[in-house]
Design a binder for this molecule. Structure first.
Ligand code: AMP
Length: 423
């Protein structure tokens, strides 16, 4: 009989094996974030709709087409978070963090929601790792952010990724650039998608961000011929950009200038960066970020510069799996008991579980059945609690990696396992 319910379109269940891979990736990320001195922010999964509408830009795809917007039973206009930054900055202001220290390093991890057409690497509920460095306008802050971004990917085993960087200037210079871009794209207007024609009127930069195949073909043909945003940025923005490039060079971070790189949201200023991987197909962006110097003011706070990024964890995990970068689970121990040792084994297993992953029988099955399960489990160590050995204070320990089996004193078992696992 077919099950009556399925997961909603665009959502996924992670079964234990896959969740285990996620946890490995998450814990490697936690290590990097800890070493960079970042602190965790946990904010609500939904906020006032208005918060996102104001910060992401009314004409952005996220606001116009992708928001899970709803009215609750108290008639409040709310939305499931489509990204982290707006909520984190709302919390930053609400709790007066700006008054406590000048510079803040923050990270968040969790689900975000966007209503889009699901495909490989694109879901309606997906996970992001989001980082923000708030309070410094210095190019060094951009360099630290990009360096953290790259080091996270390195911790996940990616060593050959190249970060694309660009400067998107300021809202003022973007208007001038938008006019130039509109003029350059005007002769190709008829071949653009309906969305891009609309974008060309409202916010021409977004045409560069289009995922439509027809638009991509038009843009591909014009590659190298479109105006560069960097030619319209102010002298200050240019100096900032040069200093960021110098810093990336000094840090030894492989990067590439991409003049077509614009971020999907309006709040970005100056530096923008992204990392892509072609093997993901159409949904190639693994993560991206940039500077957002006007955002906090837009939310009613004092002028406060900031720079941040979001990494899509679903795509990152997909790629890790494709490249065999997900690690195996830690060495497990399987304990087999006999009738005369069952009750003693219960306590031993509980003790061993303080340090190791341990499997043991819960159904008082016979020796043969337990040995069969042990063989299937793939556990590296087999501990057999035979009655005679048990009386001597011993168990038999078999290491499947070496094939060796020997008697070990029960009191020394945990240390023996630990030595072998680390050896
Ligand atoms: P963005 O804020 O749009 O730059 O998103 C940051 C990252 O989140 C992207 O680089 C993707 O890796 C990931 N991402 C964005 N949208 C989706 C989606 N619908 N499904 C899965 N991952 C996504």
């Amino acid at each position: 009989m077919a099950p009556r319910h399925q997961a909603p379109r665009g959502t996924r269940d992670l079964l234990p094996e896959e969740s285990a891979r996620w946890r490995v990736a998450e814990s490697r990320a936690h290590g990097v974030l800890e070493r960079y001195g970042y602190g965790e922010m946990r904010t609500p999964m939904f906020e006032d709709f208005e918060l996102y509408a104001r910060t992401s830009g009314e004409s952005s795809d996220v606001v116009q087409k992708e928001m899970y917007r709803f009215t609750d039973l108290g008639d409040r206009e709310l939305a499931l978070r489509p990204e982290f930054t707006a909520g984190v900055m709302r919390a930053f202001l609400e709790h007066g963090l700006g008054g406590r220290a000048r510079v803040h390093r923050l990270w968040s991890m969790g689900s975000v929601f966007r209503y889009g057409r699901p495909q490989k690497g694109r879901y309606r509920q997906f996970s992001q790792l989001n980082c923000e460095l708030v309070g410094s306008a210095a190019p060094g802050a951009d360099v630290e952010m990009i360096s953290l971004f790259v080091d996270l990917y390195e911790a996940w085993g990616f060593t050959d990724l190249t970060v694309k960087v660009n400067s998107v200037g300021q809202p003022g210079s973007r208007r001038e650039y938008g006019d130039r871009l509109r003029a350059a794209l005007a002769p190709h207007f008829d071949r653009l998608s309906d969305d891009s024609r609309r974008r060309l009127e409202q916010n021409p930069l977004r045409v560069l961000d289009s995922k439509d195949e027809g638009d991509l073909a038009v843009l591909g043909k014009l590659a190298g011929k479109l105006p560069h945003m960097l030619d319209t940025v102010s002298a200050e923005d240019r100096a900032h950009w040069d200093a960021v490039l110098d810093g990336l060079g000094a840090a030894g971070i492989r990067h590439e200038v991409d003049h077509g790189l614009v971020r999907g949201l309006d709040y970005y200023t100056r530096t923008a960066f992204e990392v892509h991987d072609a093997s993901l197909g159409a949904q190639s962006a693994l993560g991206g970020g940039g500077r957002y110097d006007g955002l906090i003011e837009q939310l009613g706070g004092p002028p406060t510069p900031g720079v941040g990024f979001a990494i899509g964890l679903d795509r990152t995990l997909l790629l890790m799996e494709e490249r065999g970068l997900t690690t195996e689970s830690p060495d497990a121990v399987c304990v087999v008991a006999m009738d005369g040792t069952r009750s003693g084994v219960i306590a031993m297993v509980r003790e061993l579980r303080k340090r190791f992953r341990v499997e043991s029988d819960i159904e008082a099955r016979g020796f043969g059945a337990q040995m069969k399960s042990a063989g299937k489990s793939g556990a590296r160590f087999l501990v057999i609690a035979g009655e005679d050995e048990w009386k001597r204070g011993e168990v038999a320990l078999k290491d499947s990696r070496t094939g060796e089996q020997k008697a070990v004193k029960r009191v020394a078992l945990a240390d023996e396992l630990a030595t072998r696992m680390n050896g």
